[in-house]
Write a protein that binds this ligand. Structure first.
Ligand SMILES: NC(=O)C1=CN([C@@H]2O[C@H](COP(=O)(O)OP(=O)(O)OC[C@H]3O[C@@H](n4cnc5c(N)ncnc54)[C@H](OP(=O)(O)O)[C@@H]3O)[C@@H](O)[C@H]2O)C=CC1
Ligand SMILES: Cc1cn([C@H]2C[C@H](O)[C@@H](COP(=O)(O)OP(=O)(O)O[C@H]3O[C@@H](C)C(=O)[C@@H](O)[C@H]3O)O2)c(=O)[nH]c1=O
Length: 484
């Protein structure tokens, strides 16, 4: 028992990002000793990730010189010693700048180490009967085995100075044959599941990930993964996923007011996000979700993230319910947008089509009436996708962020007129009308809409992302559509 007692609980960073070494207080008396081996509250306060262990493993190392490794499995490990002492060596096998970095140290019962997923782990027992114990945050499974990665303990490039020469050590047959570092395969990052991938935002997320060469992305829409169906979750091994980007929703605002639309909207926008939030919470997955200005009644000119929900219609009610559910996932980002424009059906495309009709002498349509008493800003899906990856990559604090284009607040009639002007130079053919008049003769149910939809963008700007001016993007968008 030649280790130090009564140390202060302390954490130390290493040259490998995220690899953390702890000093543990061990209390000795006439009977032996006692320690708090892992203490979630005290250790997370010091910087240990709240990594959610699900399994505790113990390896008993009968003789001095037993050597195991170097293994990286797709989970995080918190390693400590119950009896004896080890010399440990860790090798970063994550793709990127730190690939190949090595760290070594000795561990006895007064020390512990947190090894993030993708860092190869190995040790040599320095005493007979060394008991090595570790918590992991994914269950071992055969399916995962193909994702493991290894390096050879004896690779001279690693320069590990094993206290007991490897030739004299006890090793497994498998550990003798692992590849050298130059041939080792880097650990793949955790997967990202994108839902609702065929919608406006889903397509922009995909375009961003592909343009930036991001790996491990899976794209699904309702035909493959209906996230509002509890039974659809069974086909995934969620421990393999690090992020879900939910780009799916029921967005037919007026149809949501009908008897047929209402249950579908509730299922997609409330039940679905609640199921996603549960799986995210259970598996430490970061959940990205998108909300709407329609969760507010629109009486305030500018909406901050924490304004109280007061939705006017069914769509807004279902979106508010979804936000409340998603906020229960500890690692969540909710981006709240308004008036979304991307690839797919949207207001700008409708106005371009109407502008063409008005410009066509063979068409009877002479002018278009558009409401002038709803105010807001457009949000282009390229900005939404950029903002999502900005929050994820910068590890911004979890929570809700408003995200629309920046620039002037306008009404729909002004936007329509600008689109007409850009499309055929016939902006004057848009006639402003009040919402009440516009919907006065509607044959189907119409949803009430907020008067003021503009969202305060200071929080996302403070987080380091400034969206483009939507009026400039609108011009580029229309010109691009015209060029198609
Ligand atoms: N559009 C807008 O103006 C605004 C949108 N938002 C929010 O932004 C997000 C993205 O919107 P946007 O891209 O415009 O939406 P879209 O309507 O363009 O796309 C939504 C996609 O989700 C799919 N989907 C619907 N239900 C499910 C389900 N249960 N499981 C899996 N996929 C599903 C849809 O499939 P299918 O078409 O077959 O139903 C569609 O492909 C949404 O959360 C929306 O509420 C916020 C403010 C404004
Ligand atoms: C096509 C058309 C629309 N309008 C009006 C109707 C409506 O009040 C307004 C905008 O039309 P839209 O059909 O795009 O509106 P809407 O579908 O309500 O748009 C909303 O979608 C959901 C999903 C959101 O979350 C919101 O942020 C918002 O973008 O313009 C006219 O006045 N004239 C027209 O010719």
């Amino acid at each position: 028992m030649s280790f130090e007692f009564e140390k202060d609980l302390k954490v130390e960073e290493t040259n490998i990002p995220g690899l953390l070494v702890f000093d543990l207080p061990v209390h000795g008396d006439n009977r032996g000793w006692f320690k708090e081996n892992w203490q979630r509250a005290k250790m997370t306060a010091l910087g240990l990730p709240d990594f959610g262990p699900v399994q505790n493993n113990i390896s008993f190392n009968a003789t001095k010189g037993v050597t195991r490794g170097i293994h990286a499995e797709p989970w995080d490990k918190y390693i400590s010693i119950a009896a004896g002492e080890i010399f440990g060596a860790w090798v970063d096998l994550r793709p990127g700048e730190s690939f190949g970095q090595v760290y070594t140290t000795r561990l006895d019962p007064s020390k512990a180490i947190y090894v993030p997923r993708g860092v190869g782990n190995s040790f040599q027992a320095l005493q007979d009967g060394t008991v090595y114990t570790y918590l992991v945050n994914a269950h071992w499974s055969l399916e995962q085995k193909k994702t493991y990665t290894f390096v050879n303990l004896a690779d001279p490039e690693l320069g590990i100075e094993w206290p007991i020469p490897l030739e004299e050590s006890e090793r497994s047959e498998a550990d003798l044959h692992h590849p050298m570092l130059r041939d080792a395969k880097p650990m793949e990052p955790k997967r990202t599941l994108v839902t609702g991938c065929n919608g406006q935002l889903g397509r922009a997320v995909r375009a961003y990930a592909e343009a930036h060469g991001l790996r491990g992305f899976e794209y699904t829409d309702i035909d493959e993964f209906d996230f509002s169906d509890p039974t659809a979750y069974d086909k995934y091994d969620w421990s393999l996923y690090g992020t879900i980007i939910n780009a799916g929703a029921y967005t037919a605002v007026d149809r949501a007011e009908t008897a047929e639309g209402r249950p579908v909207a509730w299922k997609a926008n409330a039940q679905g996000p609640a199921l996603l939030a549960r799986v995210a919470k259970d598996h430490h997955i970061t959940l990205v979700h998108v909300s709407s200005d329609y969760v507010f009644d629109g009486t305030a000119d500018l909406h901050s993230e924490d304004e109280a929900f007061a939705p006017l219609g069914v769509y807004g009610q279902t979106k508010a319910a979804g936000d409340i559910a998603v906020a229960n996932a500890p690692e969540h980002y909710i981006l709240r947008s308004s008036w979304v424009i991307g690839e797919g059906r949207n207001f700008v495309k409708t106005m371009m089509m109407l502008s063409d009709r008005v410009a066509n002498p063979d068409d009877q349509l002479e002018q278009v009436t558009v409401v002038d008493d709803q105010y807001g800003r457009l949000t282009f899906t390229k900005d939404m996708a950029e903002a999502i990856f900005h929050l994820l990559d910068s590890h911004a604090p979890y929570g809700t962020y408003n995200l629309t284009g920046s620039g002037a607040v306008r009404n729909w009639a002004q936007i329509a007129s600008r689109v007409f002007e850009l499309t055929n130079g016939n902006g004057e053919k848009v006639k402003p009308i009040s919402t009440a008049e516009y919907f006065a003769n509607a044959k189907a149910p119409v949803s009430p809409r907020p008067e003021h939809s503009a969202l305060d963008l200071s929080k996302i700007k403070a987080a380091g992302y400034t969206p483009a001016d939507w009026e400039e993007t609108l011009e580029a968008y229309v010109n691009k559509e015209l060029g198609k």
